[in-house]
Design a protein around this ligand. Structure first.
Ligand SMILES: Cc1cc2nc3c(=O)[nH]c(=O)nc-3n(C[C@H](O)[C@H](O)[C@H](O)COP(=O)(O)OP(=O)(O)OC[C@H]3O[C@@H](n4cnc5c(N)ncnc54)[C@H](O)[C@@H]3O)c2cc1C
Length: 408
C-alpha cells in the first residue's frame, strides 16, 4: 500500500467508542476517509460486548462532570438511535435499594446529585413501594429511577460498523488488524498492523484495555496505567427469574462506585447478577485463573497499583473471596434478595473493565480524552461510556474538527 495516503484518519479499536467516533466524524465530514482497525475477528469483542447492557440515567455521577453530562445527552441520543435502527431497547427503570440504615447518607447524596443533574422522574421510595416494584426485594429506603433502560451494546456496535462502511468504500472497518507500531512522519503516520502498513494523517486511539500501550506507541506518556478488573456474572435459573422484575441496584460506596453487584433483567429476558471486581492477571482474560506474564508484570511493577492495593486491600480480599466462592457471592446478592438460594444462580459470563489508575493509586473517575500533535487518545472510558457513547463520539468529532482542522 502507499503508506502516505491510505486514510485521513485511522481509529485504533473497534469497540463502541472507536466505532461511534468514526460514525460521528464521517457524518459531519462526508469526504473523509476513515479506517477503524480492530485486532479481533469481530467488533465489540471486549468491554463493549461484555457488559451489563444497562442504559444508565446519569444519576450517580458528579453533577457537571463529563460523565454526568455525556451520560444524560448520550442516553437520549442512544434511545433515538435504537428506535431509528430497530435495535431492541427498553426504558424499564431501576431501583437503588439501601438495605441498612448506614447506607442512607450515600443514598441521599445520590438523590441530590440526581436532582442537581436534572435526572427526570427520580423519587425517594420507602420499603412498601420497594415491595410493590420488586416483591422479593427487601430494603429500608430506595430511589426509583424511571429513565434507566436496557439494550444489547453489541447490536449498537454492529450497526455503527455497518453505517461507517455503508457511506462508501473509502471508509473501512478492518477486523483482525492489530496495530503493532506507529511510525511517525512529518505529515502522516505509518500505522503498522499484523496485516501490513497503512498511512493515515491522523490517529484516534480508542483501544480500551490497551489504550495506554497504544498511547506509548505514539510517544505519548499517558500519565496513568490501565489496570484490568474482571467482573463475573451469574444468571438466575428459569425458576428463580420471577424474583426479579427489572433492575435492582445496591447503594454504591462513593470511593469505589464500580463495586456492588446488581440484578439486571436483560433485553434478551434473562436475569443476570453481578459483576464483582477483581484484579485480573490478564488484560483480556475472562477465566478466573487466566494469566499473562507481560500484563501481570506491567500492572504489578506500577507503584500506583500498590498504593491502591494498600488503601483498598480489605475490599480487594472480599471481592477475591466472592470470585472463588459461589456461597459468598450469593450472600452478597441476598442482601437485596433474601429469598435467593444457591440453586437459583449459575455462572454465566465475565467482562474486564479498563480502569485507569493514576500514579498516586487513585482510580481516575472521569473520562480522559487528550489530543496531542496529530492524535487523539481516549485514555479512560469506563462505565457509563457505552451509554454515553454517542455524546462521547460527538465530543471526539469536535476535537478532531478543531485539532486536525478537518474540512467539511
Ligand atoms: C463488566 C462491565 C460492565 C459494564 N456495564 C456497563 C453498562 O451496563 N452500561 C454502560 O454504559 N457501560 C458499561 N460498561 C462500560 C462500557 O462497556 C465501556 O465503557 C465501553 O464499552 C468502552 O468502550 P471502548 O470502545 O472504549 O472499549 P472496548 O469495547 O474494550 O474496545 C476497545 C477495542 O480496541 C481493540 N484494540 C485494542 N488494542 C488494539 C490494537 N493494538 N489494534 C487494534 N485494535 C485494538 C480491542 O480489541 C477492543 O475491541 C461496563 C464495562 C464492563 C467491563
Amino acid at each position: 500500500m502507499n503508506a502516505s495516503s491510505d486514510f485521513d484518519i485511522a481509529v485504533i479499536g473497534g469497540g463502541i467508542i472507536g466505532l461511534v467516533s468514526a460514525y460521528k466524524i464521517m457524518k459531519s465530514h462526508p469526504k473523509i476517509r476513515i479506517a477503524v482497525l480492530e485486532k479481533e475477528e469481530k467488533v465489540a469483542a471486549h468491554q463493549s460486548g461484555r457488559n451489563s447492557g444497562v442504559i444508565h440515567s446519569g444519576l450517580h455521577y458528579t453533577p457537571g462532570s463529563n460523565k454526568a453530562r455525556t451520560c444524560i445527552e448520550g442516553r437520549k441520543e442512544l434511545v433515538e438511535f435504537a428506535k431509528k435502527y430497530k435495535i431492541p431497547c427498553k426504558i424499564c427503570g431501576k431501583i437503588i435499594v439501601a438495605t441498612k440504615t448506614k447506607e442512607l447518607v450515600n443514598l441521599e447524596t445520590i438523590l441530590s446529585n440526581g436532582q442537581e443533574s436534572d435526572i427526570e422522574g427520580i423519587e425517594k421510595i420507602g420499603p412498601e413501594r420497594i415491595k410493590e416494584i420488586e416483591p422479593s426485594c427487601e430494603g429500608v429506603a430506595g430511589i426509583l429511577v424511571p429513565g434507566t433502560g436496557i439494550i444489547d451494546f453489541t447490536k449498537v456496535a454492529d450497526k455503527l460498523a455497518r453505517l461507517v462502511q455503508k457511506r462508501g468504500s473509502k471508509n473501512k472497518v478492518l477486523t483482525s488488524h492489530e496495530v503493532t507500531a506507529l511510525d511517525k512522519h512529518d505529515f502522516y503516520t505509518k500505522v503498522i498492523t499484523n496485516q501490513g502498513a497503512f498511512g493515515a494523517r491522523y490517529i484516534i486511539n480508542c483501544a480500551g484495555l490497551q489504550s495506554d500501550r497504544v498511547a506509548k506507541m505514539d510517544s505519548v506518556e499517558p500519565g496513568m496505567k490501565i489496570i484490568p478488573f474482571r467482573g463475573d456474572y451469574y444468571q438466575l435459573t428459569a425458576q428463580a427469574q420471577e424474583k426479579v422484575k427489572g433492575l435492582i441496584y445496591p447503594v454504591p460506596d462513593p470511593a469505589l462506585p464500580f463495586l456492588g453487584v446488581h440484578f439486571t433483567r436483560t433485553i434478551a429476558g434473562s436475569v443476570e447478577c453481578g459483576p464483582n471486581a477483581v484484579f485480573s492477571f490478564k488484560r483480556e482474560g475472562y477465566g478466573k485463573t487466566d494469566f499473562d506474564w507481560a500484563d501481570s508484570w506491567d500492572a504489578l511493577s506500577y507503584p500506583g497499583l500498590w498504593k491502591m492495593f494498600f488503601k483498598y486491600w480489605r475490599y480487594g480480599l472480599g471481592e477475591y473471596a466472592r470470585a472463588f466462592s459461589r456461597k459468598l457471592f450469593l450472600r452478597q446478592l441476598q442482601r437485596l434478595l433474601p429469598s435467593l438460594q444457591i440453586d437459583d444462580i449459575k455462572p454465566c459470563k465475565a467482562g474486564v473493565r479498563a480502569q485507569a489508575i493514576d500514579p498516586g493509586g487513585r482510580p481516575i473517575d472521569d473520562f480522559k480524552i487528550e489530543s496531542k500533535g496529530n492524535s487523539i487518545h481516549v485514555l479512560n472510558a469506563p462505565s457509563p461510556a457505552a451509554t454515553a457513547s454517542l455524546a462521547i463520539g460527538e465530543h471526539i468529532n469536535q476535537l478532531a474538527t478543531e485539532h486536525f482542522k478537518l474540512e467539511d
